[in-house]
Design a protein around this ligand. Structure first.
Ligand code: AHR
Length: 495
């Protein structure tokens, strides 16, 4: 049994659609063989795989982060501009492969235009220089008759790209990162990058490189960079071979966002900072099978199950509920590499996580409501927790309700979307949905992501084992009874 209570007056805040952002990196077959496949009959004359473009368009990704990831910390962007045949072939040290540089800044911007996404570029704070970062902003956004702006024109792009979002490095705290730094050294370096990038284009928005949202790194970076940045990033993945460990560990994102908000509030108060600072949760996903950074897992071609889809839906519920904190998030990644879209030279299939990401992207409305949920709870054990390679201490954040919900409404209050994840492995949950001070009409639309079991997975041979079913709900009123099936994600659009 569960009880969900929806009160239109209990508004949390507006949901920024950019929480449905994506991320692509020069890693394995994400760009080459995924996004970009020159000479393929499935690609256009520029080399963009059109079947992938369509799948991404259907996801309605509002923003796309690039070029990494770990790759960003060794990437010299000038290698990737100009005539393709003259671009240097380099080692991609982060991912143990070769980089042809045939997909670079101009291709990325064109690709964003094709899929309808705003570009978000992460600069190289590892092996890159301040001049390179300055020149990159000038190449993209310059309007004057200066060298880099003119070079862009010379390459055939007269109009400035107007890239607003710029990341100040990727995971610079990590030993795996090229040019890793202490928090203090990162602050000193990033501050200088921020200054020249802003001098080049004062309208840009900057993202400081955060960790998990609660670490000392995050505190020091926020204290040092709050004046310069508009967003602070969080990277936090989860995943476990243990079913409940897997579907419940995204609650760590809730802890991360709450902790980071507290750090942001403190810094803004202490330093008297007027401008807002939001969280850019610019890498998130389920990732535990192809896990690590060594050459043996360099492809990171995770094959997703229904359980992973429930975890992804839980992340999205958390982002909606924490909409005042997180205004930008990027599913890592989009194609082949820990991704919802999986290609081969002949075509693609959509992984389980694609479907509910698309449902949320299509059906989430403007304003988040603080829905009340009463349901059975589940305690994770330390043995279950230990099965995850991430070693997150998520058990101590529980217990968690097996039913997790997020609710959004449009500005007039006439449309309501209720998103419910039933993480109970065995049992359907009979729920009462109560509306306070309003009633809904019969004919609500219901879409459900489900499959035969938690391990159900799509493939080229069986592309629809985990899929979406749709039906109409014939009841209305101020109290509705609904049965949420075991291991399911259900979105209901009420009118
Ligand atoms: O998305 C895969 C990798 O995960 C990224 O390159 C890095 O930023 C993170 O550790």
């Amino acid at each position: 049994m569960a009880r969900i209570k929806i009160d239109l007056d209990r508004r949390i805040g507006t949901v920024d659609r950019r929480i449905f952002g994506g991320f692509i990196e020069h890693l394995g077959r994400c760009i080459y063989g995924g996004i970009f496949d020159e000479g393929s009959p499935l690609s256009d004359e520029r080399g963009f795989r059109l079947d992938v473009v369509q799948a991404l368009r259907d996801l309605r990704i509002p923003v796309l982060r690039w070029p990494g990831g770990n790759f960003a910390s060794g990437y010299h962007w000038v290698d990737g501009i100009g005539p393709r045949d003259q671009r240097p072939r380099r080692m991609n040290l982060a991912w143990h492969i070769e980089e042809s540089n045939r997909f670079g800044t101009d291709e990325f911007i064109a690709y964003c235009g094709l899929v309808g996404a705003e570009p978000y570029i992460c600069v190289n704070l590892g092996s890159g220089t301040i001049d390179e970062a300055q020149a990159w902003v000038e190449y993209c956004n310059g309007t004057g008759h200066t060298y880099w702006a003119n070079l862009r024109r010379q390459h055939g792009y007269p109009e400035p790209y107007g890239v607003k979002l710029w990341g100040l490095g990727n995971e610079m705290y990590g030993s795996w990162q090229i040019g890793a730094l202490s928090a203090e050294d990162y602050v000193a370096k990033a501050r200088e990058f921020a200054k020249v990038m802003r001098m080049t284009d004062p309208s840009i928005q900057l993202v400081s490189c955060g960790w998990n949202g609660w670490s000392d790194w995050d505190r020091v970076v926020l204290e040092g960079l709050a004046r310069y940045v508009d967003y602070h990033s969080i990277h936090l993945y989860t995943g476990s071979p243990d079913y409940y460990g897997n579907v419940l560990s995204p609650h760590l994102a809730d802890f991360a966002l709450a902790s980071c908000q507290a750090l942001i509030d403190r810094v803004r108060y202490e330093q008297g900072i007027d401008h807002p600072i939001y969280v850019a949760y610019d890498e998130w996903n389920v990732w535990f099978r192809q896990w690590g950074y060594d050459a043996s897992v360099a492809g990171l071609e995770e094959r997703y199950t229904l359980a992973d889809a429930l975890a992804v839906a839980t992340y999205l519920n958390i982002f909606i509920r924490r909409c005042r904190t997180v205004r930008l998030a990027n599913l890592a990644q989009m194609v082949n590499v820990i991704a919802p879209i999986f290609t081969n030279p002949e075509g693609l299939f959509l992984q389980s996580i694609y479907h509910q990401f698309r449902l949320y992207s299509e059906w989430t409305l403007d304003v988040a409501l603080d829905a009340f949920v009463e349901a059975e709870t589940y305690h994770l054990s330390s043995e279950q927790e230990a099965r995850s390679p991430w070693r997150h201490r998520v058990a101590r954040l529980g217990p968690f309700t097996l039913v997790d919900a997020a609710c959004t409404v449009n500005s007039t209050g006439e449309e309501i979307t209720l998103a419910v994840v039933n993480r109970d492995l065995q049992r359907a949950v009979q729920a009462t949905i109560e509306f306070v001070g309003t009633a809904v009409r019969p004919g609500a639309l219901v879409r459900e992501v489900n499959g035969p079991g938690p391990d159900a997975s799509n493939s080229f041979d069986q592309p629809a084992i985990v899929s979406v079913s749709e039906r109409a709900l014939d009841t209305g009123g101020s109290t509705i009874s609904y049965e949420f099936p075991a291991h399911s994600v259900t979105l209901i659009r009420f009118h």
